[in-house]
Design a protein around this ligand. Structure first.
Ligand code: CTP
Length: 450
């Protein structure tokens, strides 16, 4: 019996896929088809796949050509599958010519001619309207956003608005996009707004964008008051718009995998979470001088609160802050302690004190540790009572990571489910509530009034 194997994503199943499977089957007697997982596709930079894994498997099954369907989870799997299933022929389309020649030491490698003028990418682009992004704010992060947006299919950066016209012009020139000085024209020519302006301006910009019927992706912290976040999420929901907080850690594949492992029971019940992120800042910078909206917690708090809220939820019993303050009153280092019915958590961040930035999750059977920069998770370990047993996990984190959040935002726009599970409305609202409490404890409101 001649056994044949082939692999693919098979998104938006099309004639090219059908013809490939038909010819793959004809090469032998038994055909195994490997269908990629969403995590693997994301890790190799194939963003924006529209069909779920279940749908893609169903579509392959429906052709009747596959005798067996397996899941492809990593690039190294092909070699082990060939051994495991005793494969005689490995085949893929001619777009891969040369890539898999190394497998010819183990089986025959056949590249089948690709069907012309059809691909999942083409269909995805036809299916979804290209979302034109309008940027508000021109800081460093906005530049990184434009760069990463070029890598996500289904979006195009239309232009930038900033009330400071000069910096808007410089930004537009640098990134070769339009500059808008009039809000009306700006809103007319875009579908979504990316907000990267100073923290205190987010609320007004979000409200305005929603009133113009635009989806919104906004840098963290979304807003600094619980009531405000409840209000804007309710408004977005009512209008069927996406309001999305850009905490990039929440969307990166490695962090997703870490959460999955933490919640799988492998370390038992989670009892303690410690998250730390410090980044020494120049004392002259805005983060160190803005007496109302500066300081370490407003800058980095969203990152360190994220694993705590994801693993323990938003219903904490007790919340306490402790800070080391600079002469101007801004927190250089802040420790947040949370108490939950079944566990405790500490979230630490610093702009003027350096510490070991790690994420530690302790359970009744073991613990997970991810070292800095865990907020761009690429590697973590699971340890047990038996010190010799260590499970190691690694994941890719491409570029600046903004591509992951943008592709999630896009798939939320295109899907019926408007409350993403990677960062829920409830979690964003909880973060705003915690920021608000921090500002009160840290005496920021007093400054706001003066
Ligand atoms: N294939 C083909 N002819 C096409 C499209 C795909 O023969 N017109 C083959 C690919 O070479 C591969 C298999 O079908 O062996 C699965 O390809 P996949 O990557 O899932 O499909 P694409 O349409 O190429 O997807 P994308 O545009 O996302 O890269």
């Amino acid at each position: 019996m001649t056994k044949v194997i082939t692999y693919g994503t098979f998104d938006l199943f099309h004639e090219g896929h059908y013809r490939l499977l038909q010819r793959a089957k004809a090469l032998g007697d038994y055909l195994i088809v490997g269908v990629t997982t969403e995590t693997y596709d994301k890790a190799r930079g194939k963003l924006g796949v529209m069909d779920s894994l279940v749908t893609r498997i169903e579509n392959v099954k429906k052709t009747g050509f596959a005798d067996e369907i397996i899941i492809e989870e990593s690039s190294t799997q092909k070699f082990s599958d060939i051994k495991k299933y005793n494969i005689d022929i490995f085949t893929v389309g001619s777009d891969w010519v040369g890539t898999f020649d190394y497998l010819s030491d183990y089986c025959k490698v056949v590249y089948l001619e690709r069907t012309r003028d059809i691909s999942s990418t083409m269909l995805r682009e036809q299916k979804r309207h290209i979302q034109r992004i309008g940027i508000v704010g021109t800081g460093r992060i906005a530049g990184r956003f434009v760069k990463e947006a070029k890598l996500v299919s289904g979006v195009s950066t239309q232009g930038v608005y900033n009330p400071h016209t000069d910096s808007a012009k410089r930004f537009a020139e640098k990134w070769d996009i339009n500059v808008y000085t009039e809000k009306e024209a700006f809103y007319k020519e875009i579908d979504v707004v990316y907000i990267a302006s100073p923290h205190e301006t987010h609320y007004e910009y979000i409200k305005e964008a929603l009133s113009k019927h635009k989806h919104v992706i906004c840098e963290k912290p979304l807003v600094l008051q619980k009531k405000q976040s409840e209000e804007i999420f309710a408004e977005a929901k009512e209008k069927g718009l996406i309001l999305f907080e850009g905490i990039k850690t929440a969307y990166c594949p490695g962090f997703q995998q870490l959460l999955g492992i933490a919640c799988s029971g492998i370390i038992g019940s989670i009892r303690n979470v410690e998250a730390c992120f410090t980044k020494l800042e120049n004392p002259e910078n805005r983060e160190m001088t803005d007496r109302v909206y500066g300081g370490s917690f407003l800058e980095l708090g969203s990152y360190v609160m994220l694993p705590v809220l994801k693993l323990f939820g938003t219903e904490y019993e007790k919340l306490e802050f402790d800070s080391i303050e600079a002469e101007n009153g801004l927190d250089l280092f802040t420790k947040v302690s949370l108490r939950y019915p079944m566990g405790i958590a500490t979230a630490t961040c610093g702009l003027g004190v350096k510490s070991e930035g790690r994420l530690l999750i302790s359970g009744t059977k073991g613990y997970i540790v991810a070292e800095a920069p865990w907020w761009k998770t690429t590697y973590f370990e699971v340890h047990y009572e038996d010190a010799e047993r260590v499970d190691k996990y690694s994941e890719t984190f491409l570029g600046d990571g903004i591509r992951y959040e943008l592709s999630e935002f896009l798939s939320m726009i295109n899907s019926k489910e408007k409350n993403g599970f990677k960062l829920t409305r409830g979690e964003s609202i909880a973060i705003a509530g915690i920021m608000e409490k921090f500002m009160r404890v840290n005496g920021r409101e007093k400054h706001e009034e003066t």
